[in-house]
Design a protein around this ligand. Sequence first.
Ligand SMILES: CC(C)(COP(=O)(O)OP(=O)(O)OC[C@H]1O[C@@H](n2cnc3c(N)ncnc32)[C@H](O)[C@@H]1OP(=O)(O)O)[C@@H](O)C(=O)NCCC(=O)NCCS
Length: 192
Amino acid sequence: MAEPVPVAWPPAPIRTERLVLRGSEAGDRAAFIDLFASPEVGTYIGGPRPREELEGAVPEVPGQRPGLFVATLDGAMIGMVTLDRRDAGRPGHGRPGGKVVGAAGLDAGEADLGYMFLPHVWGCGYAAEACAAALGWFAGAFPGEPVVLCTQTANDRAMRLAAKLGFTEVERFEEYGAQQWLGVRRSIPASG
Ligand SMILES: CC(C)(COP(=O)(O)OP(=O)(O)OC[C@H]1O[C@@H](n2cnc3c(N)ncnc32)[C@H](O)[C@@H]1OP(=O)(O)O)[C@@H](O)C(=O)NCCC(=O)NCCS
């Protein structure tokens, strides 16, 4: 998370039915470069970056920050799930007098879920499985906190995944020349 979360990071690896989520390692570097260089991955998130540029810029151990989970399948990185504190300056919430967001009870700095997976694993449910596990970790670390998610409305796969994970629409707005969708997933209060 942008402002380091007040929890130990990385947590112990999280096992799901098919995957392991963990903090990043040096061996993930090639997969990080593949992710950021992929035209398919970049379609709705600002486009791919040149591979040569990434080779020079990506650190030896990329993605070492609180809130960034690497998702692995059989030991190999297939994608990443992030939980960052949403920048209060971004549109979509926290505007002066922002009634929509105010009405929804969200505050600047809320946790923001992001996901990026390598195209060869799309359509297998891995992103959903990894995100559910990351959200489960978050709910344990920050009980009762909602999580938001922002994606272009044109990003069908990301929109379907958001719905599957239980995010519901807060508002739509224009940013980066495209329509964006802001959703929220509220924690379910413990019964009793
Ligand atoms: C967004 C993204 C992570 C979605 O990946 P995905 O693989 O489509 O997502 P899921 O894990 O939910 O998989 C869903 C598909 O797996 C299928 N599936 C197959 N086996 C499955 C299983 N065992 N369990 C669940 N779903 C399964 C589902 O039917 C669904 O198919 P559909 O897309 O045809 O409806 C991926 O497209 C991506 O990395 N995009 C680029 C980055 C990006 O734009 N990120 C969003 C920025 S906000």
